[in-house]
Every structure is written in C-alpha cells, then in structure tokens.
Design a protein around this ligand. Structure first.
Ligand SMILES: O=P(O)(O)O[C@@H]1[C@@H](OP(=O)(O)O)[C@H](OP(=O)(O)O)[C@H](O)[C@H](OP(=O)(O)O)[C@H]1OP(=O)(O)O
Ligand SMILES: Nc1ncnc2c1ncn2[C@@H]1O[C@H](COP(=O)(O)OP(=O)(O)O)[C@@H](O)[C@H]1O
Length: 326
C-alpha cells in the first residue's frame, strides 16, 4: 500500500533513524504475515528472467495476488527498491500512469527460499500483474536498443552489447524475451530461451502473431488480434497512452525494462472475444537511471517500433470484438 507521504530517502541522516523508521512504516505499512515456504512457488505464468529452482533464487507467488521478486545481488536489488520508493512517491508521476502500467510496490520482506534454506532472503513485494486472469497468455518484450545504464562497468557493457547485437534490440529497438500462449483447450505453448535469442525481424513478427493466435502448435491464425491488440482498451491503445507519457517524461530512463502483455486466454467466448481484459505493464527496474531532464529516447524509440509491428498485424487481420483493460 502506498501512502501520500513523500520520498524520505534523501532526508536520511537529516532526520533521526527513529523518525525515519516511523515515516517509512507510514509509507509502507507492514503487509500481511509472511507466507510459509510451502505456500510459495515459482509463478506458472513467468516467461523470462531468472527462475526460482532448487539452487537459484527467482520470483515466487503464493496465490494471494502478490508477486515476490528476490533482491538481486550486488547493488541491483537495492537499486530496484530505490526506484520503486522514488517512483511510488514521485509527485510528478501521473497517478493514472502509475496505477495503469506499473505494479504496486508493497515494500520488501524476508522470505524463506528453497535455494537458501535457513537463510531468509529479502524480496520486493509487488502486485502480481497477472492475478485474476485465468490461464494467462503472457509476453515479455525488453524495450530499448541499449540495455545498460550509463556508467555501467565495461565488462557488463560488453556483455549487454553482445546480446543487443545478437538479438533484435539494436535493429528494432526491442527484443522478445519470452512468450506463453494458452490455447482454447488449455494447451500451453511457450518459447524456449535459445529460440527467442535467435529471433530475427521475421521471427519477431511471427511471435507477435503467434501471441494472438488460437491454434495449438506453431501456427498463427491471428484470431485474437483485433480483440487483444486492437480496439478501445486493447494493447495498441494502451501502448499509445504509455507512449504519450514517454514523449513528456524526463524523470527516469528505463534501461532493460520490459513491457509485459497479458490476457485471459481460457475465456475465449463464442463471439470470439477474450475474457478478463488486456493488460499492458512495465517490469524490471534494476537498471533504471535518472532522466536528468532528458526524454528516454532509448525506450521511446523501442516503444514506437513495437507499436508499428503490432499495428501492422491488426491492419492485416479481420475485426473481432474489442476488449477493455481490467
Ligand atoms: O544472467 P544472464 O546471463 O542469464 O542474463 C540475464 C538475461 O537472461 P538471458 O540469458 O539473456 O536470457 C535476462 O534476460 P531475460 O529477462 O530472460 O530476457 C535479463 O536480461 C537479466 O538482466 P536483468 O535481470 O534485467 O538485470 C540478465 O542478467 P544480467 O546479464 O543482467 O546479469
Ligand atoms: N509484478 C509482476 N507480476 C507478474 N509477473 C511478473 C511481475 N514482474 C515480473 N514478472 C514475471 O517475471 C519475469 C521476470 O521478471 P523480471 O523483473 O524481468 O526479472 P529479472 O530481473 O530476473 O529479469 C517476467 O518476464 C514476468 O514473466
């Protein structure tokens, strides 16, 4: 829960530690009791990123509508927390943008994990952005031709640059990181890591078509293109609203962040509509940098490029009933 109190982090050292703890508690009231390890599991709907396993930390859910992301090593985890704290309280962020496109931040919490038995690990507590969608179909699209923030160490820049060149990031301003599609019969089709890494422009187009197709297997009939991508409240109209903000905002530069698309795949109605709404969200803020009064042209360029790919698919496919956001 986010309070109306301003970000106090810059006042650390000015106010007493006791006062700071008091105000922090007001800004992030304690969430409900910590879930037991037996209730926590990797989200079935996760399509990219580090995945929790017996020896690796990764995101967890407990079915309560919350998503627990482990703080990453080094200063990355702390950096992501600092972003959420600043963003949640920033007076210049329009509430509509914050509420529509970002997960709500509920502070951090120590959780038991299978990977680190007996050593609770701090996690970001976020809204599960796919909560309430039955059998969600999900796409993670990493935005930006450049995926490292200014000032990153040289070896990290080299690693990211190599990935940006090998994938479509440099060429298209975005790359697909992972997709899962739940067909009408409940069959799940998902991308494998090596496959998405090898996608070229034609492959990206194919994946974006596959994401809105009802057939099982590799085929792409684009039966849901108009309902999911088009119409009022569809992906395109939400992306355009997000773009309008990025044309103005100079607060943050979202390096390596992803757009997460979601729709309830198992609710395809007789009329061809999709139940549960269409979601367009942003995730992964471990590499966000301060905007310093400059627009985030790296993210904005990738977003425009993605919009063009998706609008081409809508133009090429026949109309089906549109859906609003949920
Ligand atoms: O750790 P790696 O090498 O698997 O790379 C991660 C990427 O996996 P990949 O192998 O490219 O599919 C991973 O990519 P996906 O999200 O899986 O597309 C992220 O880029 C991750 O970076 P961060 O969590 O945003 O800091 C990447 O982590 P860092 O390169 O930032 O450590
Ligand atoms: N708040 C959220 N709600 C639901 N799913 C999420 C949320 N945040 C991330 N995810 C899922 O987890 C994946 C990895 O998240 P991300 O923040 O990118 O982690 P990493 O830093 O390991 O790359 C995303 O591709 C998405 O499937």
């Amino acid at each position: 829960m986010i309070s109306r109190f301003p970000d106090l982090s810059k006042f650390r050292g000015v106010v007493s530690p006791r006062a700071h703890r008091f105000f922090s508690r007001l800004r992030h009231p304690p969430p409900p009791p910590a879930p037991a390890m037996s209730d926590l599991r990797p989200p079935e709907h996760q399509v990219a990123g580090h995945r929790a396993s017996a020896n690796k930390l990764g995101p967890l859910v407990d079915g309560s509508g919350l998503f627990y992301k482990p703080l990453q090593a080094g200063d990355r985890g702390e950096h992501e927390v600092a972003f959420y704290e600043a963003f949640s309280a920033h007076a210049a962020v329009p509430p509509r943008i914050r509420d529509t496109f970002f997960p709500r931040f509920h502070g951090t919490r120590l959780l038991p994990t299978e990977a680190r038995p007996g050593e609770p690990h701090p996690h970001l507590v976020l809204d599960d952005l796919l909560a309430g969608l039955d059998a969600p179909s999900v796409a993670d699209i990493k935005i930006g031709a450049i995926t490292w923030p200014p000032g990153s160490p040289e070896p990290y820049v080299a690693k990211c640059l190599a990935k940006d060149r090998e994938t479509t990031s440099v060429l298209l301003g975005f790359r697909i990181s992972g997709i899962r599609v739940v067909g009408t019969g409940g069959a799940v089709w998902r991308t494998e890591r090596p496959e998405v890494k090898a996608l070229d422009t034609a492959g990206v187009r194919r994946m974006l078509r596959r994401y809105v197709s009802s057939v099982s297997g590799e085929g792409a009939d684009c039966a849901l293109a108009a309902a999911v991508y088009g119409g009022e409240g569809g992906v395109l109209s939400q992306l355009r609203e997000l773009k309008a903000w990025f044309e103005e905002q100079t607060l943050f530069h979202f390096y390596s962040a992803s757009i997460l698309l979601g729709y309830g795949a198992n609710a395809v109605s007789a009329t061809g509509g999709v139940g549960g709404g269409v979601r367009v969200k942003l995730v992964d803020f471990a590499h966000v940098a301060e905007g310093d009064g400059v627009i985030d042209h790296n993210f904005l360029g990738g977003l425009c490029s993605l919009i063009k790919f998706i609008s081409d698919i809508v133009s090429e496919t026949p109309e089906t009933p549109p859906l609003g956001p949920s």
